[in-house]
Structure formats: structure tokens, C-alpha cells
Design a protein around this ligand. Structure first.
Ligand code: NAI
Length: 707
């Protein structure tokens, strides 16, 4: 037997333990080990039943995701799990699967092949493959409806969301909840069922429903997918595969599932989602900051500014159990900030996200204040006052005076230099940027901006903190706009230029939302407030290079007081529910302004819209990569997916460019350069990689760059 699987026995009950830390993934060696154990059990007359259990902190959390890449690259023949599952099911001695932690993906499929499943109360069951653009590939779509019914199987395979042990028991997935020690409880269960006929999941057809009911389930599911998971292959194939379970034999159903599984596995969508999965783990690796770097304890925090961001960040910290002082400049602003926090919590309770009690506990962790007095005790301060350098410097001088040595002093600035802010203190090594995204309590992204002097401990602590807060922290360098907003500039610039050249507001947004962006660029502007960018542009106007074309439509809209959703009008008009509608008046204004500016209008295709907006993102991303403000191309992808609504199934802007092929992207950008001038100058690294036939993904790896 392999080292990954052990066989022991307890007075007639065999115990097969999977030991493949950390999550007992079904890596090569695990299925083989289980299979060998089954052979020994079959031959051992003293054994009456077998328990299959995971060692360590979980049962089997899934397949080994790296194995998928081996299949698509032809290095492996595919998931070898199906024969093992039949072998388990065909065992004449009952196999009882004991679950703690998670039985996900291949782990769930393995569990369902057992004759019985028992679990601890905290166990979870799920088929999350869809989150990687896949469907279950080892009969999960065939066995799950037989245990849990067709509707639930569809829901679980399409959403990828897990169910608790308690729900799994109600559904028929779990036969018994074990209180106390799982192994001894399972062995006791095994003694009860030993010697009795063992039910094979694949022969349990009682929950497969009838054609009329099933037709309703499948059509409702297909409609929901068309609305909520638009353009995605895996949820559609998941439905098709469960449908096959209802109208084909088990064997034929498995074949159909294989076909749908393989179609997903070889799709660009799945490759992109797997890239996102690994990239999200990669962000934590910072080449010059070793793993053993000291993490500073964060037991308490303070926020300066209780506006949109400060209030949201206070909630994020309080939700993670960190007590927080919330400071404002005056009582009225403090009251306003607190009222917003209270109403946000009340809404969450109303929507059933958490209980009243939990909301109260969280709220109690936030202590409003008007003074810096109590700041001397806190481990971390996050500043979120108005965006202006002199105000920020004043605040940091004050923080330098009142905070204890070693406290982390962070700014939530979205445009200002962290180094300049740090220069206002006597301890620049403690200063860093923590750039949250709005709404801070919802958005997963946290850009961690490393200043020239930020210490390794401070960087490592903030990276760790992002995890504690349930965020994905990405380390970026200190350039204007950092990574996300710096790239967003050219993207939104192109959106406006396209309108100046003849595209309608709606057609620009439509093309990009058809591509998969959560929202089009103009609707996004209206949501964030057009005045925000307008104020920044006015501040930086002196830096504009004469003769370089600048978009002007948004400034004109702002001059008319059209700031977006908050004023009921921007690129669109809004009713009092903030529902958008096209505004013919805007169309008229644009035509007039553009004519006055002497810009020629023409027909613009959807593909020109997506190419110009997305390649503007990509080209700026390439500059950032080359200048070292992002560590890896995949970090940029993670920023765009988690902070800007970029579709995960396209893998992020840099990955998307890699999938198109950098030669093609470079050629198209060069064409734009010929048509529109120097703002389209291709980033040198793009040119170089295109000429070498390489990808952005390779650049990060070769450089091992430091942000
Ligand atoms: P906001 O205008 O909603 O809130 C700023 C708050 O700071 C106000 O309530 C103001 O009373 C308070 N304040 C000003 N001076 C203060 C002082 N000396 N002491 C205590 N409080 C003081 O602004 P918002 O949108 O929350 O922005 C805050 C920071 O976050 C800015 O640096 C902004 O660039 C950044 N940011 C904003 C995002 C957004 O979408 N709104 C996104 C990411 C970053």
C-alpha cells in the first residue's frame, strides 16, 4: 500500500485512513492505496465491514487540481477515479465513509460511492467543480441525484455551494450524524450494518423523479443560468449531466458526464478559472519577504475618517473581531458615519446574512471618538480622510505623535504617494497603503501599497491581515493610481473616446458587459460618482502634456451637475430606485459637443469597443509589470477580478491577452497607435514578449520581481 493510505483494523472492522496532507486531495497514489486496501479487506475473512476516513483535519477536500493540467497537456490520461468508485460500491462488505471537515469535489464523489455516509456536525458536502469551470467527473452528477434528488443535485452542481452535515442528512446524503469521536462512532455504526445487504448508490433510483417534474427543474435551472451565469459553459454542462442521470442508465449517464466533463476541462474558461485559483494563492508569495518574517499582532485598530470608506473599513475590522476606534473631525460627521454603519448592519440582519445578536456584537466593537487620545494603545491605524496631500500629512504627523512605536500607520489613499505621506512621520518604515475598494465591507480586493521605506514586518503583517479580514491582499508598488486605478484610467479613457468617435453610451457598456464585465465602464462611472475623477483631473491638470488628446465628455457632464447615480443623472438618467435608463438628452449633448470639437463620427463595431478598452488595460498592465509595480502578471489579474468586475472565466486582463496571443495583441495595439497616436505606444515588454512568442505569465516567473 502507498504511504498515503493506511489499513488497520478494529475487531472485525477495517479502517482505511487517507493521509495526504494538508487536505487529503486525491493525488496519484491515493486511489491506488484505497484500491489495494479493498483487495486486502475482500480477502480477510475476519473483516465484516470497512470504514473510510481522512487523517488530519479533513476528509477529502477534492481532486488534485494540478492533475487537471496534466490531462489537458496530454501528460495524464484523465481521472482514474471511476473504476475505484465502482469497486467500493461492489464490495460485498459494507463501506462506511466517515466525514469531517469537507467532502468536496472528488471527495464528495468518493463518499457517495460508499454504502453509508456518517459525519460530524461541522462537516460540509459539495460539488464545487463549477467554480473551476468544471463539472464532477467521477459520477458525481449521477450519484448525487440518486441520494439527494434531482432538484438539489442540479442546485449543488450548478452553484458549487456546499451543504452542512445537517442539511446533507435531511437530503439523504448522510445516514447519521456522529457526536463525539468520529472514528469510534463510525466503527459502532459499522458493527450495526455489518453482515446486512449493502445499498449501492448507483442502484438507488427512487429519487430520480418523473419526466414532467424533471423537465420543469431543468428548464428553470437553464433560465437561471442564462441570467446569472451568462456565457458560462460549466453550469450548462452540469445541468446536462444531471439530466442524463434521469434519462439514461447509470453506465450511459457516466459516459455522458465524461463527455460534458472533458468539454469543460478543455475549455478556455476552465483553464482561466484554474489560473485564477492558483494565482490567488500565489499573491501571498513575496520574493524578498521570507515566510518566517515576523507578523506583528493586531489586537486593536483605529480609523481616521468615518465617511464612505472609513465606515466600511471599520465594519470589516469589527466583523473580523478586531475592536476599532472610529475618529471623525466633528460630531455631525461622526453621527452620520455611525448612522450609516448601523443601517448597514440592520440591512444585513433584515436580509438574513447574520443574526441581530451578531450585528450588535460587531457594532459594539466600534467606538466613536473625536480625539486621538486613545490611539496610543492601538496596533494599527487606517487613515481614510478626504483625498488631499496636506490633510493626509497633517493626520500622519498627529498619528506619529500619539501612536506607540511599532504601530502600523496605513493610508487608504487611492492616488497619493505613500512615500510622501510617510515623510510626514519620523517612522516611514511603519507607513504603508491599505487601499480598500468601495463598498469596503463587500469588495474582496485590498491593494497593499509598499512604500520605499515600509518594513518587511509591516508588509507581511498587512498581507496576513488581508486574510484575517476575508480579503485578497495584493502587494503593489507606489505609483500614481497604484495598479488597479492606474490601469482603469486608459480603460475609461478609451470608453469615452469611442463615444466621441460615434459609439453610443449604451453600445459601449453593452459590448463590455457582453464580454463579461460586471458593469460597463460608463455605468461604473455613474455608480462611483463622475465628480470624483473630475476633481482629481482638475488637481492634476498641470501635469497634462500639451497636444495629447484628453477625453472631455465626462468633465462636461460634471459641469452640468451630472455626477451619476447620486444626482440622478450622469451618462444615464436614474429613477429614485437608482434604475438606469438611456438619456436622449445626453445623446444630444454629446453630438453637439463633439461637433464643436470637430471630431468625425463613424460607425463603431462591438469588437472595436472591446479591443480598444481591454487592450488599453493590457498595455498599461504591461507597463506596470515592466516597471515592477506589480510582482506578477497574475497579481494584476487578481486585482482586476476582485476589484473591477473583470470576468474570472477570462482569467484577468493579462491572462486574457495571453490567451489571445501577445503577437496579435501587439499588432492590434500598433494599429491603434497608427490611428490614434502616441497614447497607444505599445509597452516595450509587450513588444519583446510578442517577438519572442512568450506570454505575460512567463515574464513574472522569469523576473521574480519585487514590488
Ligand atoms: P468621504 O468624503 O466619504 O469621507 C472622508 C471623511 O473623513 C469625512 O467624513 C470627513 O469628515 C473625515 N475627515 C476629514 N478630516 C478628518 C480628520 N482630520 N479627522 C477625522 N476625520 C476627518 O471620503 P471617502 O470616499 O471615504 O474617501 C476616503 C479616502 O479613501 C480617500 O483617500 C479616498 O481617495 C480613498 N478611497 C475612496 C474610495 C471610494 O470609492 N470612495 C475607494 C478607495 C479609496
Amino acid at each position: 500500500m502507498t504511504d498515503l493510505v493506511q489499513l488497520t483494523s478494529d475487531k472485525g472492522i477495517a479502517v482505511i485512513t487517507i493521509n495526504n496532507p494538508p487536505v487529503n486531495a486525491l493525488s496519484p497514489g491515493v486511489p491506488e492505496g484505497i484500491s489495494e486496501a479493498l483487495d486486502q479487506i475482500a480477502q480477510d475473512e475476519s473483516v465484516k465491514a470497512a470504514v473510510l476516513i481522512g487523517g488530519g483535519r479533513t476528509f477529502v477536500a477534492g481532486a488534485d487540481i494540478k492533475e487537471f493540467g496534466k490531462i489537458t497537456s496530454g501528460k495524464s490520461r484523465g481521472p482514474g477515479l471511476l473504476p475505484l468508485l465502482l469497486k467500493i460500491e461492489d464490495s460485498t462488505k459494507p463501506v462506511i465513509v466517515a466525514v469531517h471537515g469537507t467532502a468536496f469535489g472528488g471527495g464528495m464523489e468518493l463518499a457517495m460511492a460508499g454504502h453509508y455516509r456518517v459525519a460530524v456536525l461541522t462537516a460540509q458536502f459539495g460539488q464545487p467543480e463549477v467554480k473551476l469551470g468544471l463539472i464532477p467527473g467521477a459520477a458525481g452528477t449521477q450519484r448525487l441525484p440518486r441520494l439527494a434528488g434531482v432538484a438539489k443535485a442540479v442546485e449543488m452542481c450548478v452553484s458549487g455551494n456546499p451543504v452542512s452535515a445537517e442539511e446533507a442528512q435531511k437530503l439523504g446524503i448522510v445516514d447519521r450524524i456522529i457526536e463525539g469521536d468520529l472514528l469510534s462512532g463510525t466503527i459502532a455504526f459499522a458493527r450495526e450494518v455489518a453482515g446486512k445487504p449493502a445499498p449501492k448508490t448507483r442502484e438507488r433510483n427512487g429519487k430520480l423523479g418523473n419526466a414532467a417534474e424533471n423537465a420543469l427543474i431543468f428548464s428553470a435551472a437553464r433560465e437561471a443560468v442564462a441570467r446569472k451565469q451568462r456565457g458560462l459553459l460549466a453550469p450548462v454542462n452540469a445541468i446536462n449531466a444531471v439530466e442524463a442521470a434521469t434519462n439514461l442508465s447509470f453506465e450511459e449517464g457516466c459516459k455522458a458526464e465524461q463527455k460534458f466533463f472533458m468539454e469543460c476541462l478543455f475549455s478556455e474558461q476552465s483553464k482561466s478559472l484554474i489560473h485564477v485559483f492558483f494565482s490567488e494563492r500565489e499573491v501571498a508569495k513575496i520574493p524578498d519577504i521570507p515566510r518566517q518574517t515576523k507578523i506583528l499582532p493586531i489586537h486593536s485598530a483605529a480609523i481616521v475618517g468615518a465617511g464612505t470608506m472609513g465606515g466600511g473599513i471599520a465594519m470589516v475590522l469589527a466583523n473580523a473581531g478586531i475592536p476599532v476606534l472610529l475618529k471623525e473631525a466633528d460630531q455631525a460627521a461622526l453621527d452620520r458615519g455611525l448612522a450609516t454603519i448601523q443601517s448597514n448592519y440592520a440591512n444585513s440582519v433584515k436580509r438574513g446574512r447574520f443574526s441581530q445578536q451578531l450585528a450588535e456584537e460587531r457594532l459594539k466593537r466600534i467606538t466613536p471618538t473625536l480625539a486621538y487620545d486613545d490611539f496610543s494603545g492601538v496596533d494599527l491605524v487606517i487613515e481614510a480622510v478626504f483625498e488631499g496631500m496636506s490633510l493626509k500629512k497633517e493626520v500622519f504627523q498627529e498619528l506619529d505623535r500619539v501612536c506607540k512605536p511599532g504601530a502600523i500607520l496605513a493610508s487608504n489613499t487611492s492616488t497619493l504617494s505613500i512615500d510622501e505621506i510617510a515623510s510626514a512621520t519620523s517612522r516611514p518604515e511603519s507607513v504603508i497603503g491599505t487601499h480598500f475598494f468601495s463598498p469596503a465591507n463587500v469588495m474582496r480586493l485590498l491593494e497593499i501599497v509598499r512604500g520605499k521605506a515600509s518594513s518587511k514586518e509591516v508588509v507581511a503583517t498587512c498581507m496576513q491581515l488581508s486574510k484575517t479580514l476575508g480579503k485578497v491582499g495584493v502587494l503593489v508598488g507606489n505609483c500614481r493610481g497604484f495598479v488597479g486605478n492606474r490601469m482603469f484610467g486608459p480603460y475609461r479613457r478609451e470608453a469615452q473616446f469611442l463615444i466621441e468617435e460615434g459609439a453610443s453610451v449604451e453600445s459601449v457598456d453593452q459590448a463590455l458587459s457582453d464580454f463579461g464585465m460586471a458593469m460597463g465602464p460608463l455605468a461604473t462611472g455613474d455608480l462611483a460618482g463622475l465628480d470624483v475623477g473630475w476633481r482629481i483631473r482638475k488637481e492634476y491638470r498641470h501635469l497634462e502634456v500639451p497636444g495629447i488628446r484628453q477625453p472631455f465628455l465626462e468633465d462636461r457632464l460634471c459641469e452640468l451637475g451630472r455626477y451619476g447615480q447620486k444626482t440622478g443623472a450622469g451618462w444615464y438618467k436614474y429613477d429614485d430606485q437608482r434604475r438606469a435608463a438611456a438619456d436622449p438628452a445626453v445623446g444630444e449633448l454629446i453630438r453637439k459637443w463633439v461637433e464643436e470639437a470637430g471630431i468625425l463620427q463613424r460607425q463603431i463595431s462591438a469588437s472595436e469597443i472591446t479591443d480598444r478598452c481591454l487592450y488599453a488595460l493590457v498595455n498599461e498592465g504591461a507597463h506596470i509589470l515592466e516597471e515592477g509595480y506589480a510582482l506578477r502578471a497574475s497579481d494584476i489579474d487578481i486585482i482586476y477580478i476582485n476589484g473591477y468586475g473583470f470576468p474570472a472565466h477570462r482569467g484577468g486582463p493579462m491572462w486574457y491577452a495571453d490567451t489571445i496571443g501577445l503577437k496579435q495583441v501587439y499588432d492590434r495595439i500598433s494599429e491603434f497607435q497608427r490611428q490614434h497616436g502616441e497614447i497607444w505606444q505599445p509597452a516595450p515588454v509587450l513588444k519583446q514578449l510578442a517577438e519572442q512568442g512568450k506570454m505575460f505569465a512567463e515574464f513574472g516567473r522569469e523576473q521574480g520581481a519585487t514590488a
